[in-house]
Write a protein that binds this ligand. Structure first.
Ligand SMILES: NC(=O)c1ccc[n+]([C@@H]2O[C@H](COP(=O)([O-])OP(=O)(O)OC[C@H]3O[C@@H](n4cnc5c(N)ncnc54)[C@H](O)[C@@H]3O)[C@@H](O)[C@H]2O)c1
Length: 447
């Protein structure tokens, strides 16, 4: 099929490449000239495992292409995906300006029927807004062209995005049109062979399904973080508790890791946006508000441990930071816990010496050159003469470091671990002061 994708970000580029890899003809449109020019030169703007070879192969065999020319892009596809950003507005609601701009552009240039698929995460009722925008533009053109608007939220996980698109758990489609259903079956047939993953529903339910999924996952994390705070105060070990509850198949082991808060481009903004939607209909979403409150507090934990240990004035101190991305296997630092820690450290006068396997360029892009940020090329270099090590992201290369080397490199053998990577007893035996999340044990031995 001929497909157009608006927005070459984490979602648009991966989805476009995966659709092209099974034989669809995909044209990507972005307003970012540099991104388009770079992609045409084979430079992939994001780090996502397995993405580069698919983009290279499909671009070379002509199934995938990139343009900034909206008219040409719109002419190309019978199907038009909207995969642009929906960042939080100042009040936390989803900012729909990019989605509605694309709707406007499609209606401005279309010359035949189009199926417009909303893949961006958008509040319930957005399909109606997209329809209204397109209808108004077509009316101003005196055009009687027809179109369908479909909700097809994306559930991919950064770091596993290619695999998730190749083998989705489910393909949620919100539509009330039989013709659209047929087209969606044809589009997704290559990903739907092993078992039927397509779930059809009305548009509003599809829009809400995406928020419900992300809010459920964020709730699991905040729940565990609340338990970890209780564990600390009660002298229990949250890791033992995690095993104890995860073994219950009704609870399961997934997404119950305590840590230094959730980040990324989705959970924080989607929880906030659903809270805003709720307020807009006079509903008080007590649970969602608590999820967000717990997360904000949790993101302060690493800094609080450092401050409690070294005192409020951190001038002259250097903190080694391992992990900048909001989770492993991505270079995405949107709402990352590392940012809250680094910004708090800077405010208290400390320097940061940081390493991340993939997010160094992104960190440089966000913060630019500053005296109190030293980005280094290895995890070992980050430790050199630092006063403590803080771990923000559970990259696999941080899981079993040479602790003797860590101890020798740091001025003080202090580790503040936001991801519970190590055995507190072992670290205490090696002479470290070890702060983890919800591990009464590590606190008892270090206090
Ligand atoms: N990143 C994820 O893991 C993920 C997962 C599921 C859903 N989502 C949702 O998907 C949407 C996109 O997220 P993302 O992370 O890919 O965003 P992104 O910021 O990485 O990419 C968005 C792209 O859209 C482009 N764009 C903006 N306006 C445009 C326009 N008028 N025409 C063409 N291109 C335009 C931008 O230049 C950018 O390249 C969001 O709604 C997000 O919530 C994201």
């Amino acid at each position: 099929m001929k497909v157009t994708v608006f927005g070459i970000g984490y979602v648009g580029l991966v989805q476009a490449a995966v659709l092209a890899s099974v034989g669809h003809h995909v044209m990507c449109i972005d307003i970012d000239d540099k991104k388009v020019a770079d992609l045409k030169k084979g430079l992939i703007p994001i780090y996502e495992p397995g993405l580069t070879p698919i983009v290279e192969e499909t671009y070379q065999n002509g199934l995938l292409d990139f343009t900034t020319d909206a008219k040409a892009g719109i002419d190309h596809g019978e199907i038009q995906f909207i995969a642009v950003g929906t960042p939080p507005d100042e009040d936390g609601s989803a900012d729909l300006q990019y989605v509605l701009k694309v709707a406007n552009t499609i209606a401005t240039h279309m010359t035949e029927h189009k199926i417009v698929i909303d893949k961006s995460t958008v509040p319930v009722g957005t399909a109606d807004k997209v329809k209204a925008e397109m209808t108004s533009v077509l009316a101003s053109r005196n055009s009687d062209l027809l179109f369908d608007v479909v909700s097809n939220p994306e559930f991919l996980k950064e770091g596993a995005a290619v695999a998730d698109c190749m083998k989705p758990d489910r393909i949620v489609i919100g539509t009330d049109s039989e013709n659209v259903k047929k087209a969606m079956h044809e589009l997704y047939a290559p990903f739907n062979r092993n078992n039927d993953r397509m779930i059809f529903m009305d548009i509003r339910s599809a829009e809400l399904t995406k928020y419900a999924a992300n809010c459920m996952l964020a709730t699991k994390i905040s729940f565990m973080n609340e338990m970890s705070n209780l564990a600390e105060l009660l002298g229990a070990d949250i890791e033992a508790v995690r095993h104890g509850i995860g073994s219950d198949s009704r609870i399961g082991y997934q997404f119950i890791y305590p840590g230094c808060g959730y980040g990324g481009s989705c959970f924080p903004k989607d929880v906030q946006a659903l809270i805003k939607t709720s307020h807009g209909i006079d509903y008080q979403p007590a649970l969602l508000e608590a999820v967000e409150t717990v997360n904000h507090a949790q993101k302060q934990k690493l800094f609080t441990h450092i401050k409690n240990y070294f005192g409020n004035d951190l001038a002259g101190k250097t903190i080694a930071v391992w992990g900048l991305s909001f989770k492993p296997k991505t270079d995405d630092m949107r709402e990352a816990s590392s940012r809250v820690l680094m910004e708090s450290l800077w405010q208290a006068g400390a320097k940061v010496q940081a390493y991340d396997p993939e997010a160094m360029e992104e960190c440089q892009r966000i913060y630019g050159n500053r005296d109190d940020l030293i980005l280094v090329g290895t995890k070992e270099a980050a430790l050199r003469n630092a006063d403590a090590l803080a771990i923000c992201t559970e990259w696999s290369q941080f899981r079993a470091p040479d602790f003797d080397f860590v101890s020798q490199s740091l001025s003080n053998p202090v580790i503040v671990d936001g991801r519970n990577l190590y055995d507190p007893q072992m670290l205490n035996e090696k002479g470290f002061t070890y702060f983890a999340i919800g591990r009464g044990d590590s606190l008892k031995k270090t206090s």
